[in-house]
Design a binder for this molecule. Structure first.
Ligand SMILES: Nc1ncnc2c1ncn2[C@@H]1O[C@H](COP(=O)(O)OP(=O)(O)OP(=O)(O)O)[C@@H](O)[C@H]1O
Length: 674
């Protein structure tokens, strides 16, 4: 097959003699290295036909539809083999082992440019196969340089043999990419290694030293470590391709300085030409400018998402639930999980498998601590069906040990039905199979984060649902932050709108959720509430009306968590956050952790909202202030009121039950204070 293509150098000569055309990398390499293999010539010759139409020299990015689409030639993987563009050993793995036949849009639109050695930045929706889109050309380009590596079992890699580096923002994503790459090269002699943060540094280094490396998948910090340390013997003087996956994330303030440092440690353009490939589902305009300064002139910007199109998938309906207060969000989440789990079980649809995103690690910890206690509980569904112990909760965030992170990731990947409680560590790139629901607790900080989180469902043509459980405080901010996204209001979750400060009649299904949550909260250590309170405050810094924020958070602490007083905040933190002087803050001095005598001095009486704003949505008084004491509940130091004291009604099987929130009823438990 490859042999049949060796009559093409004629077109190659034409290419090189036309000064107006940019030479493909293989040709440029030929000029410097006359000994380039015949196979590489053959491949270059074939793809040249596809390149003629668009190879005009330009210092601007070419944003137009790429020629692969104009020519309409390559849409199936087998065509890549038939045309001699990708080695049969690799294509056979894709078609036989992966079972893929058709290429996705981003794969077929980027393949020619990437194979030609051009710089490419590509934007395509989540779950559309971008990983394969960059892996295929980089593998082939290594094989073009050394065709002998196409033979399985024939490996001669050294630790300084790295030809391609793929950088990913998270360890989990790097491991996932490496896993895919290893499957892809399983019929060749190519060696894939990882260099990711965490505990396995020594093992990774040993592997690279012992087995060598052609393709290195890395996280920025560890890559820098490895390249900086000359004692490792690991270097990349032969590097031909650098891939930035989730490019816009790698270009933000957190990572960019590190990426620049890494770039300086790689071969410079005057020593060796290096191709750069960047992929992401989101490429905000400010990133395009940075791309220009990083890529070679004439780079291709291949957009598989139209400007007038939402960056999320049409087949993933998106809903927002406005919870009456912060304290209603967890009940709403649990109601959604119980309902959707039961509905799917009854209808025989794919099992309920959800990811719930929180804006902080502390909130993940608190949710896990609470919900994990409910794993074996019985809930009543809306139709009186009883579901017992089905919901399995798994935590994932960046402060867990690497071992725990790996365990959580694996467990959730393999689970038929489970709920992953996660920070944004899993928001980008992670390919968990068959996720049916993505739930976001509160607005994410950025529109891009929302898009990537939603992208964990509805992947590779599957169906899914996106839910955002926000509070009334966020209602006005939503259209600004998540502009142009097809999000519809949903009012179907009863517990989202229950007034938890009052006694009232509730459907049994909702009552059982609230009771279970209240009981679970009793065994949560107070420190976890404190951490979550801090983190929550931090993630709402954008809100101008800080007084309402404090009151709303105190309502969450009192009616949601059952606290007897607001969780304490250090004085320095209060000042730093611009909260000094606000009512309802429990200020703690740094004097060994105990609450100072003036800890509650700031807790004022009810006041009207001094900052104006929408009165119907903003909390205007402090739930812990003294004039609420008759309604107030929580675990206080004077006997511990039960904020969710069940006091009447219903009995087994009744559809409605009376609940009082924050009332001073029987069923008391000894309370605790911070
Ligand atoms: N041509 C194809 N045909 C069918 N499935 C494919 C094809 N290419 C990739 N896939 C599958 O689609 C899923 C999503 O692919 P991948 O993880 O590469 O998406 P992505 O575009 O990188 O997503 P994200 O933006 O979230 O990073 C994976 O399970 C992958 O195996």
């Amino acid at each position: 097959m490859f042999g049949a293509l060796r009559r093409c150098p004629a077109s190659l000569a034409r290419a090189t003699s036309t000064s107006a055309l940019r030479m493909p990398r293989a040709v440029r390499a030929t000029a410097k290295q006359p000994a380039l293999s015949k196979d590489a010539f053959a491949i270059t010759g074939v793809r040249q036909a596809l390149r003629w139409q668009h190879a005009a020299a330009s210092t601007q990015a070419q944003v137009a539809d790429p020629p692969s689409q104009e020519a309409g030639v390559i849409t199936r993987f087998s065509q890549l083999k038939d045309k001699g563009l990708i080695h049969p050993n690799v294509i056979n793995t894709i078609t036989k082992r992966f079972g893929f036949d058709e290429m996705t849009d981003v794969q077929s639109k980027t393949i020619n440019e990437a194979l030609a050695g051009d710089d490419v930045i590509a934007q395509a929706k989540t779950g559309t196969g971008k990983t394969l889109a960059f892996l295929l050309p980089i593998l082939q380009n290594v094989l073009n340089e050394d065709p002998s590596l196409a033979r399985k079992g024939f490996s001669k890699a050294a630790p300084d043999d790295i030809r391609a580096i793929i950088i990913s923002p998270t360890r989990e994503l790097a491991e996932q990419i490496a896993f895919e790459a290893r499957k892809l090269v399983s019929n060749t002699g190519l060696v894939v290694q990882t260099a990711v943060g965490g505990t396995q540094k020594r093992l990774h280094l040993q592997n690279i030293r012992r087995e060598g490396c052609h393709i290195l998948v890395a996280t920025p910090g560890r890559l820098r470590d490895v390249l900086e340390d000359s004692y490792t013997g690991i270097s990349a003087p032969k590097l031909t391709t650098l891939v930035l996956d989730e490019a816009d994330r790698l270009m933000d303030h957190g990572f960019w300085p590190e990426i620049m440092t890494i770039q300086r440690m790689l071969p410079q353009p005057e020593e060796k030409e290096k191709q750069t490939l960047m992929f992401s589902a989101t490429i905000p305009p400010e990133v395009v400018d940075m791309v220009r300064s990083t890529m070679r002139p004439g780079f291709h910007f291949i957009k598989c998402v139209r400007d007038d199109e939402a960056p999320t998938h049409e087949r993933v309906p998106q809903k927002v639930v406005f919870a009456r207060g912060f304290e209603n969000r967890m009940p709403a989440l649990l109601e959604l999980c119980v309902r959707e789990y039961g509905r799917r079980k009854q209808s025989g649809e794919k099992p309920f498998k959800a990811i719930v995103y929180f804006n902080s690690t502390a909130e993940v910890n608190l949710a896990y601590r609470t919900l994990n206690l409910l794993e074996s509980r019985t809930f009543r569904g809306p139709t009186q069906t009883t579901y017992s112990g089905p919901l399995r909760f798994i935590p994932l965030h960046g402060k867990m040990s690497q071992q725990e992170r790996t365990r959580s990731t694996r467990t959730f990947k393999m689970a038929d039905s489970a709920v992953l409680l996660s920070s944004d560590v899993s928001a980008r790139g992670m390919d968990f199979p068959d996720v049916t629901h993505v739930v976001q607790m509160s607005l994410p900080h950025q529109r891009e984060t929302y898009v990537h989180r939603i992208g964990r469902t509805g992947r590779a043509g599957k169906e899914g649902e996106g839910w955002l459980i926000a509070s009334e405080l966020e209602r006005q901010e939503l259209p600004r932050r998540l502009r142009d996204l097809p999000i519809e209001h949903d009012g179907s979750l009863v517990s989202a709108s229950v007034d938890m400060t009052k006694e009232q009649q509730l459907p049994m299904s909702v009552a059982s959720i609230l009771t279970n949550l209240a009981e679970a909260h009793r065994s949560v250590p107070l420190g976890q509430f404190s951490d979550a309170y801090h983190a929550h405050l931090g993630s709402f810094q954008w809100l101008n009306n800080k007084q309402s924020l404090i009151y709303s958070m105190n309502a969450m602490a009192k009616y949601g968590w059952g606290c007897s007083e607001p969780p304490p905040l250090g004085r320095v933190l209060v000042e730093k956050m611009g909260l000094a002087g606000l009512r309802g803050i429990n200020v703690r001095e740094y004097n060994g952790g105990s609450r100072s005598a003036n800890a509650r001095l700031n807790m004022g009486p009810r006041i009207s909202d001094p900052f104006g704003g929408d009165r119907s949505t903003y909390n205007q008084r402090d739930p812990f202030s003294s004039d609420h004491s008759t309604r107030g509940g929580g675990r206080d130091s004077h006997g511990g009121r039960d904020p969710f004291g069940r006091h009447s009604g219903g009995g087994r099987g009744a559809s409605v039950q009376s609940y009082s929130f924050g009332s001073n009823k029987s069923n008391r438990r000894p309370g605790r204070e911070f």
